[in-house]
Write a protein that binds this ligand. Structure first.
Ligand code: NAD
Length: 375
């Protein structure tokens, strides 16, 4: 990995582009066009290294994550990921399937401990949200920061064993202070570039983990005096996010609670094709991280090959990469704004088409054209 000082001075970034399967290559092509335009408009150089991953990698090399792909990622400043998987590879042994054989090893190899998922409902897309129009009028923009490598998903012991004449299942929730501090810092850093509010999620009324989580988050918060911090128990958070999504800015959650709440928030926003995500690992200093950036959705085999997928999530993933790995805030803002303008002016791929007045149905490439012309 190239160090951050080098990045700052030369304004040159190497990106491993792993398009994968299904709609992955179709939406990635639009994201690359956007990155190319950013390069010329903002005078930065991006070196794109396209590599195989997922099902297509299995077909060509017998491995969902070939050595060459991993090497390219190690030598890059960030990974831009499409999506992997599809019916063709579903009968393979689980560990060699595209998702388990590529995504999980990548997360593990690069220690990607922080998952950031913005849940954005544009004002002009509130019809796509399943919740009451008056609750989402004007849209909302909530960022879920989820701890990704600790907590109950990884704690030991983890087993099902015989006890007397029945079986007993054990999962163990473990968090070290250092793990909580690390993810809390990501959330506070992110909030500094947004509306400076963090809502931390726990279950401190029942779990020892919740008590340590809350104490540690409070301590990290003391280093960010400009940020307003509040705490919610996870059950209450699940309700409040539906009742008043516009009141939230950054939601900070442990692995299990973040898994559930980030899906709830994606649903409230209404459309999978619009939602980007990032998984961050090693800190590069200055609030920047090595990371992998990808749409929240999968390879969408039902529409793959038709050129009709929504490229916004992939394009917004590229924007997250510029923001969190390269510190190119102006360029990231420009991409976000161009996507918003495009949606506001009525361009809709099939997944977000509601036949409202002033809207027109477009394909993947036409949506990309419109975003580029607004950039
Ligand atoms: P999916 O997200 O691929 O599709 C769910 C629905 O959302 C489909 O109707 C699809 O057409 C639609 N959709 C998703 N993204 C869209 C976009 N950009 N534009 C328009 N419509 C979009 O989920 P699934 O059907 O459960 O999974 C399909 C495959 O993807 C499976 O093999 C699964 O394992 C894999 N998958 C991969 C990832 C990943 O690579 N990170 C994540 C989830 C699922």
């Amino acid at each position: 990995m190239i160090d951050s000082l080098h990045l700052m001075s030369n304004k040159e970034y190497k990106i491993s582009v792993l398009s994968g399967d299904g709609i992955g290559p179709e939406v990635m092509a639009e994201a690359i066009r956007v990155i190319d335009k950013i390069s010329s408009e903002f005078d930065v150089k991006f070196i794109i290294d396209e590599q195989l991953v997922g099902g297509i990698a299995i077909d060509k090399t017998s491995s969902p994550l070939p050595k060459e792909t991993l090497k390219s990622c190690e030598q890059s400043d960030a990974i831009l990921f499409g999506s992997v998987g599809g019916p063709k590879w579903e009968s393979l042994p689980p560990d060699t399937q595209p998702e388990r054989g590529a995504l999980l090893p990548l997360r593990k190899h690069f220690g990607l401990f922080a998952n950031l998922r913005p849940s954005i409902c544009f004002p002009s897309l509130t019809n796509a949200s399943p919740i009451r129009p008056d609750l989402v009028e004007g849209g909302f923009d909530v960022l879920c920061v989820r701890e990704l490598t600790g907590g109950i998903y990884f704690g030991e012991p983890k087993e099902i064993k015989d006890q007397g004449d029945e079986k007993v299942a054990i999962d163990t929730m473990v968090y070290k202070e250092s793990e909580i501090e690390r993810i809390a810092s990501v959330a506070f850093d992110a909030a500094m570039g947004r509306n400076k509010r963090v809502t931390s999620i726990d279950k401190a009324n029942v779990l020892m983990n919740g008590i340590l989580w809350r104490e540690t988050v409070e301590r990290v918060a003391s280093k960010y005096p400009e940020i307003k911090l509040d705490h919610l128990y996870v059950d209450n958070a699940a309700m409040q996010l539906i009742r008043r999504p516009r009141d939230f800015d950054v939601v900070l959650a442990p692995n299990l609670f973040g898994d559930i709440l980030s899906d709830e928030m994606a649903m409230i926003a209404g459309s999978l094709g619009m939602l980007a995500s990032s998984s961050l690992g090693q800190s590069l200093g200055n609030g920047l991280y090595f990371g992998m950036y990808e749409p929240s959705g999968g390879s969408a085999p039902d529409i793959a090959g038709q050129g009709i997928a929504n490229p916004c999530a992939q394009i917004l993933s590229a924007s997250l990469m510029l923001r969190y790995s390269f510190g190119l805030t102006d360029a990231a803002d420009a991409i976000d704004l161009s996507v918003r303008k495009t949606i506001d002016s009525g361009f809709r791929t099939g997944d977000i088409f509601t036949n409202d007045e002033g809207t027109q149905r477009v394909n993947t490439n036409e949506m990309g054209d419109a975003i580029l012309s607004n950039l």
